[in-house]
Design a protein around this ligand. Structure first.
Ligand SMILES: [Fe+2]
Length: 418
């Protein structure tokens, strides 16, 4: 019996070690097209330099795992505990977020060495024999660290897109041909006629169910009452959103929430982030900055980089509204077997649901309890996943969240109506 348990544990540890190497290597692959200069600069306080992402994801494994489980633990560098702590008060001091781009030291090469060092030590730890409860704690934390790494993989892409968009050369992150698979999927999703799929009123269950990884904020699974509603069969396209722009959507206060209108006025907004206006002198066509450089606006693709305020105003203009999380989860669950639907893999979808704890929510114990719970204020939930979300990271119950003005993520619009 004891031998059998050992074998099972070894198998699990081996699988975890493989997943660890694959996911950590993928982060390296994403940073591959970037120069050391690209990796150092921070384009705005919300975004982080690529070098910081590479270091902070490593810091997570070093601080939450090696420090607790490694015999004779010594930090790779004593200053990194503060430098690469994002927001964990339980760990201690943090380097100011808006000053992450000033770190010309440590160099990119030193950060790469930090990654290698922590990878080796963590893999060694996974190869050791530990007491069952220790092993269970270790594997749960490694899994959390890997999901965390995947979240930062998406942020690395959205942050680098924002940085490159501000470069006068408008450089591509990747050549067009590498990205065609993603753009192809987005095009197919938004090119079809929009249909309204009806759902009956009833008590529905939402939240995480079954096996597999989940974040604490997806639990407990609980009941909600949903009135009858219809959900759009596909995401709003860039062509449809362009009609809103050209109809003066950004100039009409009646379409906006008060705080949204203040924001539009203050920021002098007239179009989505990364769109460049038609210029009669040029060729009168709209363009957009993408991860493969400046491109003609792809009208049939799903619109992305839309804030909650913009999504909400567009929905009002279109005679519809944004869905609630419960409506979204119900509709997505009904569609999940149909591979043609675009609930996942193209654009995160704003809901009208505030990011709040589910009834009975309990944060993870210990320092990692700061992961989700303390951000449950002044943000809205987004559902689904985007073209920048790593393979295997999306789930039906996944709750992403951002403030109402955030638009540097691949966030789009799915309409609902009552
Ligand atoms: Fe993080």
């Amino acid at each position: 019996m004891h031998k059998l348990t050992n074998k099972l544990e070894n198998k699990l540890a081996n699988e975890l070690a493989t997943a660890f190497s694959t996911i950590r290597d993928h982060t390296g692959t994403l940073a591959q097209p970037l120069s050391a200069e690209d990796c150092c600069v921070q384009s705005m306080p919300d975004a982080s330099p690529a070098k910081w992402h590479l270091a902070h994801t490593t810091w997570f494994f070093e601080t939450f795992i090696l420090e607790q489980f490694e015999t004779g633990f010594r930090p790779f560098h004593p200053a990194f505990r503060v430098l690469f702590n994002s927001y964990y008060e339980g760990v201690g001091e943090q380097h100011p977020r808006a000053q992450r781009g000033l770190m010309t030291r440590p160099s990119l090469a030193e950060v790469q060495a930090y990654r290698q060092n922590v990878d080796q030590r963590l893999l060694a730890l996974l190869g050791q024999t530990l007491a069952p409860d220790q092993m269970q704690q270790l594997t749960a934390l490694v899994e959390l660290g890997l999901q965390h790494e995947q979240q930062h993989q998406e942020l690395l892409l959205t942050d680098i897109k924002h940085l490159l968009s501000m470069n006068p050369l408008q450089p591509p992150y990747l050549a067009w041909d590498v990205m065609t698979e993603e753009t192809g999927a987005a095009a197919a999703a938004a090119a079809t006629a929009l249909q309204w799929q009806p759902f009956e009123a009833g008590i529905v269950e939402i939240g995480h169910a079954g096996n597999g990884f989940f974040f604490d904020n997806e639990t407990p699974r609980h009941r909600q009452f949903v009135e009858p509603f219809s959900m759009a069969s596909r995401l709003v396209s860039k062509g449809e959103y362009l009609a809103f722009v050209e109809a003066g959507g950004y100039q009409n206060p009646l379409l906006w929430l008060a705080a949204g209108w203040d924001w539009v006025q203050q920021q002098k907004l007239t179009r989505p982030l990364y769109w460049q206006a038609a210029h009669a002198q040029f060729d009168s066509a709209w363009r957009e900055f993408t991860l493969h450089g400046l491109q003609p606006l792809a009208l049939h693709e799903a619109v992305t980089h839309i804030s909650f305020f913009e999504a909400e105003a567009y929905a009002r203009w279109a005679g519809a509204r944004l869905p609630t999380e419960a409506e979204w989860e119900l509709a997505a669950a009904a569609q999940i077997s149909d591979s043609a639907v675009d609930y996942f893999g193209i654009a995160w979808q704003w809901t009208t649901s505030s990011y709040a704890p589910y009834p009975g929510y309990v944060a993870l114990p210990g320092a990692v309890g700061e992961y989700n719970g303390k951000f449950m204020v002044n943000q809205y939930v987004l559902r689904g996943s985007s073209s920048a979300t790593p393979e295997g990271h999306a789930r039906l119950s996944y709750r992403n969240f951002f403030p109402a003005t955030a638009r540097w993520q691949f966030s789009g619009i799915r309409l609902a109506r009552s």
